[in-house]
Design a protein around this ligand. Structure first.
Ligand code: ARG
Length: 394
């Protein structure tokens, strides 16, 4: 087999060192950069990769596909991992894996490579996804295998091999950013009792700095997908970017959690997902208006499972695909508008309306015009409670 490898390249220290390390071992390295909204300086990194020895660098704009085929599926499913993580990083891995596989086919490469460590979830997501898409590709994970034990040893290796790296002050944390949110970890955050400084955060203002006045946003959904913001029709990417700024300025979307990784360890994670939290909150509010009780309750278990599958790297699997079909069926009536108030870290639903609303004022009202026949309740309760007469024995 030829020794051509497509590397998921970020431009950072690890993947820059990987280019050299693989080149030194006789591989032709194609550096592949997927743009999922991480706002990287792609031009600089492109030059850096070539200078380091890559035979080719490819930058692919996947933002639209990321939003439509990954982020919005997760939004419709209501997926949240362990109550605090809207899965921004986890959702980006299967689409990057798809990009790697397609590029390997175009470039006639027999290998793909990534820069994940052996302790995280991302190695699992990349490798399981690549394997699901093309099991004949071989996967290389140099960071898991190489002799470079510490960051300092990597920096020394980079210097010795003339690999251009950022000379600016080392960032205190490891971050992963995309359109849906940011994951922040390591460094001082490894102490679970340590409160992150304000400058830990990228996308959200702290309560003290957040706007004093509340901001109202109206979000219109069509089949579970947000299509308008404050009455203006927008594509998904623009809508998310616009809303992220509004919600982030209001301090909405932070979480600080101890999370269970797939590889069995607990880790401290800080997340910011201002647009994601606002859309998730609004979407749920609309669902409670238009879905009947049984669908709504059953869907809660689906949401949990969907989040697990996404987190566990099982995106391209039969259960995940079957759940998508179920979710799409439930989203048919999820059309309407939700009004949300963003204020000092809070995202509060203050109104919802839909042509598919199941809310019937004439049944719910305690005022004039009540159509609920209260006399029927007596018989209902007798039958409902029949199996339980005397059931509680001390
Ligand atoms: N714990 C998150 C996940 O498994 C984020 C991982 C990437 N985080 C980072 N800071 N590089 O999805």
């Amino acid at each position: 087999m030829n020794k051509k490898v497509v590397l998921a390249y970020s431009g950072g220290l690890d993947t820059s060192v990987i280019i050299k390390w693989l080149t030194n071992r006789g591989y032709d390295v194609v550096a592949y950069m997927a743009d999922v909204g991480q706002e990287s300086d792609f031009e600089t990194y492109k030059k850096r990769a070539l200078k380091t020895g890559a035979v080719k660098v490819l930058v692919e704009d996947l933002k639209k596909e990321f939003v439509n085929d990954f982020v919005f599926k997760s939004l419709k499913a209501g997926a949240v991992y362990e109550s605090g993580y809207l899965l921004a990083t986890a959702l980006s891995r299967p689409i990057i894996a798809k990009g790697l596989v397609e590029t390997a086919h175009k470039e006639k490469a027999g290998y793909v490579a990534h820069g994940c460590t052996g302790k995280g979830n991302d190695q699992v997501r990349f490798e399981v996804s690549v394997g699901a898409l093309d099991p004949s590709l071989k996967i290389l994970a140099p960071v898991r295998e190489w002799e470079l034990r510490t960051r300092q040893e990597e920096i020394d290796y980079a210097k010795k091999n003339n690999i251009p790296i950022d000379t600016t002050k080392k960032k205190p944390y490891s971050i992963d950013l995309n359109l849906w949110g940011i994951s922040i970890e390591s460094g001082k955050l490894e102490d679970p009792y340590f409160e992150p400084d304000e400058d830990t955060y990228y996308l959200t203002k702290g309560i003290n700095k957040a706007k004093a006045e509340p901001v109202y946003v109206e979000i219109e959904f069509k089949s579970g997908i947000p299509v308008k913001l404050n009455g203006k029709a927008m594509d998904g990417v623009s809508l998310i970017l616009k809303l992220a700024k509004m919600a982030g300025d209001a301090g909405v979307g932070r979480s600080d959690m101890i999370e269970n990784r797939l590889v069995g360890i607990k880790s401290r994670e800080i997340y910011e997902a201002p647009a994601a939290w606002t859309l998730h909150t609004a979407h749920k509010a609309l669902e409670s208006l238009v879905l009947d009780r049984e669908v709504l309750h059953f869907k809660e278990t689906v949401s949990l499972k969907y989040a697990e599958l996404t987190y566990y790297g099982l995106w391209y699997t039969p259960l995940k695909e079957a759940l998508d079909r179920f979710v799409d069926e439930t989203q048919k009536p999820v059309n309407g508008t939700v009004r949300v108030k963003l204020h000092k870290g809070h995202c509060v639903v203050v109104g919802r309306k839909s042509p598919y609303s199941l809310y019937k004022k004439e049944l719910a009202t305690y005022e004039k015009g009540d159509k609920f026949d209260q006399s029927l309740a007596k018989g209902f309760i007798q039958i409902w409670g029949l199996p339980y007469k005397g059931s509680h024995k001390k």
